[in-house]
Design a binder for this molecule. Structure first.
Ligand code: ATP
Ligand code: HSE
Length: 322
């Protein structure tokens, strides 16, 4: 359930006075999502998503996120487009929270992606990386390798209660991955950094749009590919599906060719990505009080994925065919 801030009718009406988007005819909270409060707003002109940014989103990052959506839309990428108020501002304030309106995208996310979906995703990810070129703002990735120690510290001594040996495993992974990541020298640019199936819309088998750019940042392009291999290509039983991995990688490569160095780095990047999502899920798992509205995500799903990456012998294990 992601409606942390309730918006009274009169506050909404006052907020909408700043925009030229018609009269509100429907307004309802959206249950999906965990980070922010999202509402569907239907006006006499169109449908919109109203987002109130909650605690975990830094106010100072909002110009990057909203500016990026404008940049990507202008490049023809199908992502939410921020709506300007009459004074040209895309960021307002509602119920004491920073708030923005963006255009509504048609489509549905898929729970069980097929290889065809993975291919669509691979192509769209490459297009996103290309479309991000020339965006003027930058944002470091707080959740890349430099941020993992702090997450480890905050979970330290508590991991073993979630899975036996987890504290030691995390410490060993950090010791292995920090130097391995430091040795990488790969192309960088704007990445989505959270392009999970719930953030990708399809109409039939065709990908129709990408949402939720609130982890977007500047980082290694191939790390974004590695995040997607983790999020899209494992089966519910924990097995990696090489057909899906191969489809994702081939479609990405067709739209933005991966260099030899990027391809060779995929197993270590995928291992790092699995650690990143395991750590954030673990900290949330440990720190979310019982009874909280937020749906907790299972860190052990990512422990299983991490173990696959530890065992991987090379990029062929991910379905890559040169
Ligand atoms: N532009 C949009 N068009 C249509 N639906 C949208 C749009 N933006 C968000 N939604 C809907 O709102 C839901 C929550 O949005 P979003 O994923 O951005 O939230 P969030 O709180 O940042 O969540 P999380 O980070 O957990 O994915 C989506 O699953 C989708 O159903
Ligand atoms: N995609 C993240 C949640 C944050 O949006 C996860 O599955 O852990």
């Amino acid at each position: 359930m992601a409606v942390y801030t309730e918006v009274p009718d009169e506050d909404l009406a006052a907020f909408l006075k700043a925009y030229d988007i018609g009269e509100a005819v429907a307004f309802k909270g959206i249950a999906e999502g965990v980070e922010n409060s999202n509402y569907l707003l239907v006006t006499t002109q169109a449908r919109f998503i109203l987002t109130l940014y909650e605690k975990r989103v830094e106010r100072s990052d909002l110009p990057f996120f909203l500016g990026l959506l404008e940049h990507l839309s202008a490049k023809g990428l199908n992502c939410p487009q921020p709506v300007k108020a009459r004074d040209g501002a895309v960021l307002g304030e509602l119920c004491g929270r920073p708030a923005a309106l963006v255009t509504f995208l048609d489509g549905v996310s898929v729970r069980r992606p097929t290889a065809a979906h993975c291919a669509e995703l691979g192509r769209a990810l490459a297009e996103l990386h290309e479309a991000g070129r020339g965006f003027g703002l930058t944002r470091p990735n707080a959740l890349s390798v430099a941020g993992w120690r702090a997450l480890e510290r905050s979970a330290r001594g508590r991991g073993d209660a979630v899975a036996g040996g987890l504290d030691a495993l995390i410490a060993q992974e950090l010791d292995a991955l920090e130097p391995a990541f430091a040795a990488l020298d790969l192309p960088t640019g704007v990445i989505h950094a959270d392009l999970f199936p719930n953030n990708v819309f399809f109409l039939g088998d065709r990908l129709s749009g990408l949402i939720d750019f609130y982890f977007a940042c500047d980082d290694v392009f191939a790390y974004d590919v590695a995040i997607c291999l983790n999020a899209w290509c494992f089966e519910p039983n924990g097995e990696f599906n090489v057909t899906k991995g191969g489809a994702l990688l081939a479609a990405y490569h067709a739209a933005r060719p991966l260099s030899e160095a990027e391809i060779a780095a995929l197993p270590i990047l995928a291992r790092g990505a699995a650690l990143r999502f395991m750590l954030t899920r673990l900290v949330d798992w440990l720190d979310t009080p019982p009874g909280a509205l937020v749906k907790k995500l299972d860190p052990l799903e990512y422990l299983k994925k991490l173990k696959f990456h530890q065992r991987a012998r090379g990029v062929a294990d991910y379905g890559w065919r040169p």
